[in-house]
Design a protein around this ligand. Structure first.
Ligand code: C5P
Length: 353
């Protein structure tokens, strides 16, 4: 059997899951802070951040895919930097990336770009912790799309967990829906707009995740090649709002001087992009070495982290309703992740990757 990949002796499966939980919590906090800390007229363009993320993620994936190419033939060259070897490798990589089925990645690519833009709208209009809890509804949409598209069967416990999840998110919304108390005097938050964006992002997350899983499982292509294809197909939809915004205000309802794409792109904006890049790469690794169900568990762990940090950093008012709602979400997530006795519903073991 193939050796289990590890980092410092720890299985990559768990390293990637724990890192994803920390990444998720950090992303919510830093993204939220980067949006609400400046006045709306001085905030950066969300569309530019999404585009930058795709460019960086695509470049890193390209490098990894390049280094992983199996170039044992033709006759081994003396060095990787030998022009003949380089040319051979580039041609191989080009063939891999532009394989006939590469168009399949256009669907999750478009969905992820929409999701990544919606995330900015949501995080700009909701408290960090409220956003994090509401975003758990993607477990619900992922399950629904898995049942419909992957013909996965869910046990009664899992359906019950999904019901609890919906109730928990509803309870959290009771407290955030009524008042839009903002920690930043300069930034007006619109809870309804934020919630609508979260709901829409949950739909694209579920559909894109399941579609990506379908493509990965049904083809032998390398995961990193698939990531390159995903980023390539993301470029056009990511550029679209930037082109359109030359004539209209952009971002999360914030007017941006669109001619200067990276206007107001400060340290926190770059930090948001860096953490998004890390998140994308980790998501890919988690899908390969763990599975989508464990991914849901990792993100629910991140609720606790960002929940506590929100109280400390943003003076988030912890109400009884919020604690109740969050607890229901956590219990539901735990229930959903209970292993099943009989049939294995593991979504992906990465064997096809
Ligand atoms: O929350 P969810 O798991 O749906 O978020 C997935 C995130 O990971 C999106 O931002 C998406 O762009 C990114 N992603 C990626 N590469 C993949 C799969 C997802 O960059 N192969």
């Amino acid at each position: 059997p193939a050796p289990v990949p590890s980092v410092c002796g720890l299985p990559l499966k768990y390293v990637s899951l724990v890192t994803l939980a920390v990444q998720n919590a950090l992303l919510t906090l830093i993204m939220h802070y980067s949006r609400v800390s400046a006045a709306p007229s001085e905030t950066y363009s969300a569309a530019a951040a999404v585009l930058m993320t795709e460019l960086l993620k695509g470049s890193i994936s390209l490098l990894v895919a390049f280094s992983r190419l199996d170039c044992s033939s033709p006759a081994p060259a003396p060095s990787i930097w030998n022009p003949r070897t380089l040319f051979y490798r580039f041609r191989r990589l080009g063939k891999e990336v532009f394989r006939p089925d590469c168009w399949k990645l256009s669907i999750p690519a478009i969905l992820y770009v929409i999701q990544n833009n919606l995330q900015f709208v949501a995080v700009s209009n909701l408290e960090a912790a409220t956003f994090q809890v509401s975003y758990q509804m993607k477990i619900l949409t992922t399950a629904a799309f898995s049942v419909v598209l992957l013909r996965k069967r869910l046990s009664p416990t899992k359906w019950l967990a999904l019901l609890f999840l919906a109730i928990g998110v509803g309870v959290v919304q009771i407290q955030s829906g009524g008042s839009s108390h903002s920690e930043s005097a300069s930034h007006d938050m619109n809870a309804l707009k934020g919630f609508m964006a979260v709901v829409a992002a949950c739909f694209t997350s579920g559909l894109a995740g399941v579609y990506f899983e379908m493509v990965l499982k049904n083809s032998p292509a390398d995961l990193w090649v698939r990531n390159v294809q995903l980023s390539l197909f993301s470029l056009l939809p990511a550029l679209l709002p930037i082109i359109v915004s030359r004539n209209a205000p952009t971002g999360a309802g914030a007017p941006v001087v669109s001619l200067q794409l990276f206007a107001n792109f400060g340290v926190w904006a770059w930090a948001t992009v860096a953490i998004q890049v890390l998140g994308g790469l980790l998501t890919a690794l988690v899908i390969k070495y763990a599975d989508n169900i464990l991914k849901g568990f990792a993100t629910s762990l991140s609720i606790v982290i960002s929940f506590l940090a929100s109280v400390a950093l943003f003076n988030f008012q912890m109400t009884l309703t919020f604690i109740l709602g969050s607890t229901i979400v956590l219990v539901a997530t735990w229930m959903y992740n209970q292993p099943e006795a009989a049939s294995s519903t593991s979504s992906s073991d990465g064997s096809a990757i």
